[in-house]
Design a protein around this ligand. Structure first.
Ligand SMILES: Cc1cc2nc3c(=O)[nH]c(=O)nc-3n(C[C@H](O)[C@H](O)[C@H](O)COP(=O)(O)OP(=O)(O)OC[C@H]3O[C@@H](n4cnc5c(N)ncnc54)[C@H](O)[C@@H]3O)c2cc1C
Length: 406
């Protein structure tokens, strides 16, 4: 593996994998290295049984971007095999449904999405006849939305990037390599064989896509350099998930089930129809893990180091398990007999204060671009997000997007 390349992309979650893929397509003769601890890493937020794919947003730009990504999920051979268009039913008080309808109308897009009375929703989707929709006034259904097999799709984008010439390096990046003039010259790594630390130089750009690990990697790089740090812009936060199983004879009850988002004051969570016998739930209550960083001499939120506290396991605090159980109960009630939660997971992502992503040159470190702060909603943009990272790097990104992701 070369010690000097044109582009180094650190992190092979959705931001990094998509960026490497789009870089290779845009610059077929340049050398690109995509570095991660594993390919893919089960600890990454992007690694999962499945993720929801939707264009239903309160925010107009993400609605537009969601529609663009949806087209690729439906039609592009790279993504299509992993997409399941089952629709999304929202019962919520946040205004996602009404907001999305407004944006679809303004964009002239006929999604087939509708508002309906709760009774009508229960008749149409008997899967939720026992759901606790207390306090809700209406339901929203979009038949265009659905879910994707997360690990399969992520792996296929990494493979496509490698096929297009990207070199994948399994290594731990210990820090960024910084020049005397405070520009980024590349990365310091310990490869999987261990022990020897070496530097990989990035002639054009280093692109940092390490999600929830961003604050720690910058702190480890140069703890005394205050202007390098994330300074609250990208905070590692987690939400709890769980996977459940059910008796074979109950399988037919999921026929025609959509994804369900329940966003009421008493419950914030999502359910995704079964895949390989697993029914997955997200609970949207987020939390941090503050750890004292010696170099910084302050506390920052970092994902726990134990793999079991990043992946599906039983190693999740009891209170969080109860939150997840609450979502399962509020979504299905007694509709499915002997629904059994098998495992839980704390899924760690980077979150920005306004939940917009960050895709921008580092303001104080030349030749370093930061892409992340998925803020619990970036996975669905796997087909397109890297295109915008490359555009930002080249100065080609529209002003509205550049400002939003600054
Ligand atoms: C519970 C939950 C449910 C979600 N559900 C959805 C959903 O249904 N739909 C949706 O669109 N979005 C969803 N999201 C959001 C989505 O998963 C994230 O926004 C997205 O995956 C973030 O991608 P990323 O590339 O920034 O980070 P990650 O996927 O975490 O990738 C970062 C990568 O960097 C690597 N890395 C970190 N540090 C180093 C280092 N020092 N050396 C080498 N490699 C390193 C890691 O190994 C990892 O692979 C959800 C998020 C959560 C928490």
């Amino acid at each position: 593996m070369a010690n000097s390349v044109d582009f180094v992309v650190v992190g092979a979650g959705v931001f990094g994998a998509s960026t490497a893929y789009h870089l290779a397509r845009r610059f077929p003769v340049k050398r690109v290295i995509l570095v991660d601890r594993k390919r893919p890493n089960p600890c990454a937020a992007s690694s999962d049984y499945n993720k929801i794919i939707r264009a239903d947003y309160k925010d107009k730009l993400y609605t537009e971007l969601g529609l663009e990504a949806l087209q690729l999920w439906k039609k592009d051979e790279l993504f299509k095999p992993y997409f399941h268009q089952c629709g999304l039913l929202c019962v919520e008080e946040i205004g996602v449904g009404r907001g999305a309808l407004e944006h679809f109308a303004a964009l002239g897009h006929d999604s087939g999405a509708v508002l309906m009375a709760l009774d009508e929703a229960r008749n149409r989707f008997p899967h939720f006849q026992d759901a606790d929709w207390t306090g809700a006034c209406e339901a929203y259904f979009n038949p265009e939305s659905g879910w994707a097999e997360a690990d399969g799709a992520l792996r296929s984008v990494i493979d496509a990037a490698v096929e297009a010439g990207v070199e994948f390096l399994e290594a731990n990046v210990t820090s960024l390599a910084i020049n005397d003039d405070f520009s980024c010259k590349g990365i310091n790594i310990i490869d999987k064989e261990g022990a020897i630390e070496r530097t990989i130089l990035a002639v054009d750009q280093t692109i940092l896509c390490v999600g929830a690990y961003t604050a720690k990697l910058l702190a480890d790089t140069s703890p005394d350099w205050a202007e390098l740090q994330v300074n609250g812009r990208m905070i590692a936060a987690a939400a709890v998930q769980c996977a459940a199983s059910y008796p074979q004879e109950e399988e037919h009850k999921f026929s025609g089930a959509p994804c369900h988002f329940l966003g009421m004051w008493h419950t914030h969570g999502e359910s995704i129809p079964p895949y390989n016998g697993h029914l997955k739930f997200n609970c949207e209550v987020s939390f941090t893990n503050l750890v004292h960083h010696e170099g910084l001499n302050e506390s920052i939120s970092v994902p726990p180091s134990a793999e079991t506290q990043n992946t599906f396991s039983q190693d999740v605090p009891e209170g969080l398990k109860q939150e997840a159980q609450n979502v399962v109960k509020k979504v299905f009630g007694k509709y499915i007999a002997r629904l059994q939660i098998e495992s839980y997971r704390m899924c760690w992502d980077a979150v920005s204060p306004n939940q917009d992503w960050i895709i921008d040159h580092h303001p104080n470190c030349n030749k370093l671009l930061v892409a992340g702060a998925g803020s619990f909603h970036a996975w669905k943009f796997l087909p397109t997000i890297g295109k915008y990272v490359v555009q930002r790097m080249l100065g080609d990104l529209d002003d509205d997007k550049a400002q939003k992701w600054a």
